[in-house]
Design a protein around this ligand. Structure first.
Ligand SMILES: [Fe+2]
Length: 468
């Protein structure tokens, strides 16, 4: 055994025993500092907007077979830039196809990286299942020509990716998860993000802008290539009147500018709730922060019920940041269950994708029922511990593990896989549809052993977190 290996072993033994060993500096974790939230050095403004379009993201239209929308950013000299789109061909003279031009709507944003302009172009009237080439304009510049395939008009096989909270150290540690997911399922046409994409909190003027830069860096290539549908997490809000009895969450200014989402949400909550249809699946995205903190439960539950009542498809998936059942022992989300559980049961929702509690756990909403399956997952660096209640009611559970999900809808079968940052299978099941009934088939083969946190505290000394 080498000296570093020996020291590492001593340290593990000491940590398990609850005593800190006396070791030379840099010998092991006791000498390490927690990684900062971004890689950006103090005072650096390298993420300021430029003449080049950046932070480019496609999102599905309500009817994803016939439209999508694009959000992008430039320096503040650019107003109402163009998006060009044409059926993709093999020759480099892409423009020979006489691209259609869509003029974007522009809004300004002030951040500590300066003033930037954010653009949104909605493209409608497209042919289903068709590969388009498109690009967006900057100041005397253009983005690359990107490709985007519209959804099929009917229920064809669909692969999608789900990502729980990314939130912290996005460039450093979310990058590898998102890239592994794309390696695992290069055919994925849709990416869902469960909220807390960034840590935020600065009302746009704090570290938010650098964190958003890092999210786009971590996801690089994904939101340009495939339809991206995020939920807003509590960290996409900031606190107004913080520390007073009037404290209330307000949506951070980056959120409505960073994605061009369908504006078809619950009345009053159109910026953070929406739905869309994608190849035989109805997706509904809720705003858990507004339900928990802004009395939006009745409005969102009634809207969810209406949207699901009108679902002509076999499958339905709901995405919400905060989970219906908590992972941590000091948390509970009874108000979410009170507002939403009845609708989820009545409308036979198949799957609820959640985050917020920074670990992995799966359970059904109701014991012995196949659906809805509730999945809580995490991508990022911040890792919590599972409380006894979660350990007793969820299976499998993971701590200290970065994960992503691959979902495949194919006719009467939906296959779900949760994989770790290195691509190893952690959890898998299938739902088999027979009319509106569902049969749950657990897939145990190939799963790795359950993972638990082996540290007593994070590097910052927090015992309620395994890592941060
Ligand atoms: Fe959260």
């Amino acid at each position: 055994m080498s000296v570093p290996q020996l020291l590492g072993s001593l340290l593990v033994v000491a940590l398990v025993a609850g005593t800190a060993p006396s070791l030379p500096a840099q010998a092991g974790p006791s000498a390490r500092q927690a990684e900062p939230n971004t890689r950006v050095p103090e005072g650096d403004r390298g993420h300021a907007a430029t003449v080049y379009p950046d932070r480019i993201a496609t999102s599905p239209a309500q009817d994803a077979a016939h439209g999508f929308a694009v959000a992008w950013r430039t320096q503040a000299s650019v107003d109402a830039p163009r998006l060009e789109i044409v059926v993709a061909g093999d020759a480099p003279d892409v423009s020979a196809g006489n691209p259609r031009v869509v003029i974007a709507a522009t809004q300004a944003l002030e951040t500590r990286n300066g003033r930037s302009h954010h653009h949104r172009a909605d493209v409608d009237g497209l042919e289903a299942d068709t590969l388009y080439a498109w690009r967006v304009q900057g100041q005397g510049t253009w983005s690359p020509w990107f490709h985007f395939r519209t959804a099929t008009a009917g229920a064809e096989p669909l692969t999608l990716l789900y990502f729980g909270d990314t939130q912290n150290q996005n460039t450093s540690l979310a990058t590898r998860v998102i890239r592994q997911a794309r390696r695992q399922a290069p055919e994925a046409k849709l990416a869902l993000f469960g909220g807390d994409l960034v840590s935020g909190g600065g009302a746009g003027l704090g570290a938010d802008d650098d964190e958003w830069a890092e999210w786009f860096e971590a996801a690089s290539g994904l939101p340009e290539d495939i339809a991206t549908a995020p939920a807003a997490g509590n960290h996409e809000f900031h606190k107004v009147h913080a520390g007073t009895p009037q404290e209330t969450p307000a949506l951070s200014p980056h959120w409505p500018l960073s994605f061009a989402l369908p504006r078809n949400g619950a009345p009053g909550w159109e910026r953070t709730t929406y739905w869309f249809d994608y190849q035989g699946v109805r997706f509904v995205v809720l705003d858990g922060t507004a339900i928990l903190n802004l009395d939006a439960g009745p409005a969102q539950a009634a809207w969810l019920d209406r949207v699901l009542a009108g679902n002509p498809h076999r499958w339905s998936v709901v995405q919400i940041h905060q989970p219906l059942y908590a992972m941590r022992s000091d948390r509970d989300y009874a108000p979410l269950r009170k507002q939403l559980a009845e609708v989820l049961r009545k409308r036979k929702v198949d799957l609820v994708l959640q985050g917020h509690d920074h670990a992995y756990g799966r359970r059904a909403l109701d014991e012995n029922a196949a659906v809805p399956q509730l999945v809580l997952s995490v991508v990022g660096a911040k890792q919590y511990r599972a409380g006894p209640k979660a350990l007793g009611s969820m299976k499998p559970v993971a701590e200290d593990t970065q994960l992503f999900q691959v979902l495949k809808f194919d006719g009467e079968v939906m296959r779900y896989e949760a994989r770790t940052a290195t691509g190893r299978l952690y959890d898998a099941f299938e739902l088999h549809a027979d009319g509106d009934q569902r049969r749950l088939v657990e897939i145990e083969d190939g799963r790795i052993a359950p993972r638990r946190c082996v540290r007593q505290a994070s590097l910052k000394g927090r015992q309620d977190r395994c890592w941060e």
